[in-house]
Design a protein around this ligand. Structure first.
Ligand code: PNS
Length: 169
């Protein structure tokens, strides 16, 4: 019998971008089940609360992914703790993240090694699609705060929420 493969796509998703959705879709092509984990990054103060990010991501997954793939993705908030503890608690074996640049490599490599040391959890780093290689949540927030259009960078559910809230950087 085939045991379903399961991965976790973690991130702050503050807010979710089309780059995030691309990584989630590609993770769903590699694994049977994908758990999108909305984290409170201890190094960052969130601009959107966790519930808002979870709701937005759920809508984005339903809208952007093929229905067959979307059905295999679930989104949940993680309230503190180690990423590897959440990975184990959901029965996943790997973490999947996107890699946009050499800076991302420097940032991701030590985390991947620590997560493997801590719990034997492997990290799969997907090279970002060139369409989204320059897109980040912080740039989206900045452009939006200064009155620019972020329509090319975020899915419609995020655009709608950005339009309905005061701009923050
Ligand atoms: O989208 P981000 O901000 O790059 O996501 C980073 C995140 C949330 C995945 C990372 O900060 C994380 O893994 N946090 C959980 C805490 C943890 O396990 N820290 C040790 C990892 S080596």
């Amino acid at each position: 019998m085939h045991t379903p493969t399961r991965c976790v796509c973690p991130g702050s998703f503050d807010p979710p971008t089309l780059g995030h959705l691309d990584v989630i879709a590609r993770a769903a092509a590699l694994f049977d089940e994908v758990v999108v984990a909305v984290h409170a990054n201890p190094a960052k103060t969130p601009h959107w609360d966790a519930e808002e990010r979870v709701e937005a991501l759920q809508e984005c997954v339903a809208q952007v992914l093929e229905p067959g793939a979307a059905a295999r993705v679930r989104v949940e908030a993680v309230r503190g703790g180690l990423l590897v503890d959440h990975v184990r608690s959901v029965g996943a074996t790997a973490v999947v993240k996107g890699l946009r640049s050499a800076t991302d490599v420097e940032h991701e490599q030590p985390m991947a090694l620590v997560n493997r040391d801590l719990a034997g959890v492997e990290t799969v780093l997907l090279v970002a699609d060139p369409r989204w290689g320059h897109v980040s949540s912080s740039l989206v927030r900045q452009v939006h705060a200064l009155g620019g259009s972020v329509e090319p960078y975020v899915p419609a559910p995020v655009l709608r929420r950005l339009g309905a809230r005061p701009a923050t950087r």
